[in-house]
Ligand binder design. Sequence first.
Ligand code: GLN
Length: 304
Amino acid sequence: MSYKELIEEVFQKVIKLENRGQLACYIPELAVVDSNKLGIHISTSSNFDFGIGDFEEKFSVQSIAKVFSLCLAYKMLGESIWTRVGLEPSGTGFNSLIQLDNDNGIPRNPFINSGALVISDILLSHLTDPKEDLLKFIRSLCKNQDINFSNKIAASEKSVGYRNIAMCNFIKSLGNINNEPEDVLDFYFDLCSLELSCKQLSEAFLFLSNKGKTTHDDNQILTKSQNKRINALLQTCGFYDESGDFAFRVGLPGKSGVGGGIIAIHPNEYAIAVWSPKLNSKGNSYRGMKFLEEFTTLSELSIF
Ligand code: GLN
């Protein structure tokens, strides 16, 4: 079966399932998203692409954006970033504070909120115009200028961001934030507010399935070794304390966000993005997980 036929078949199956879970109600703007949305888009390293459902509609990618900021910091500063953030699955929720005290403010990995705050701090220290430079980087990955932050979503999250505010101040007190927490948090909330469609997401992430090189202009974004390492981290830490389950059920490196998006990478094959806003109890898209599980089962293709 072709990828197109597989995606059509799994889409029909998943759309008939009960749409379980909850919207990310802790961010007011995300509580009013249409929960029936379902979009999928695949981009392959051999230049095939296909989408179905709401694949062209932009949505709040939230934590998926943490991969962009990490890749930019890694590209700029190389291995030195790992002195500030760890490489281990946390086994806790994405917004947990509990390990930071014991770990002296070194977050377990770059994909939990604490890790993404530290990566944001690193970028603030090294970019001249952090927000614009980040946008430029993401736009260059998919050769698409139409990618922006959402001021509305960033302001909405900031208005209730008590936990992230506490976390950033706590890490500062432990010596692992160099800039003013308020500036780091502003950048972090903007980062999480990025809006991309499934099509844009799969195009922007395709370089990770192509040994670190963009397919549209052969730009080596990460070295092959760095690329392997990002995929390894996505595999072990991309779904917080559901990362083991995702590896077990889907078998691909990937990253989720509380906007209901999931990006998954099949090295040397494809990047696939799924969007369905309702989340399971671990904060990962309920139907997104179902779709990808069925997709890799039916295609009999995973990294394992
Ligand atoms: N902006 C969200 C937060 O900080 C991102 C969380 C997520 O997508 N898992 O809570």
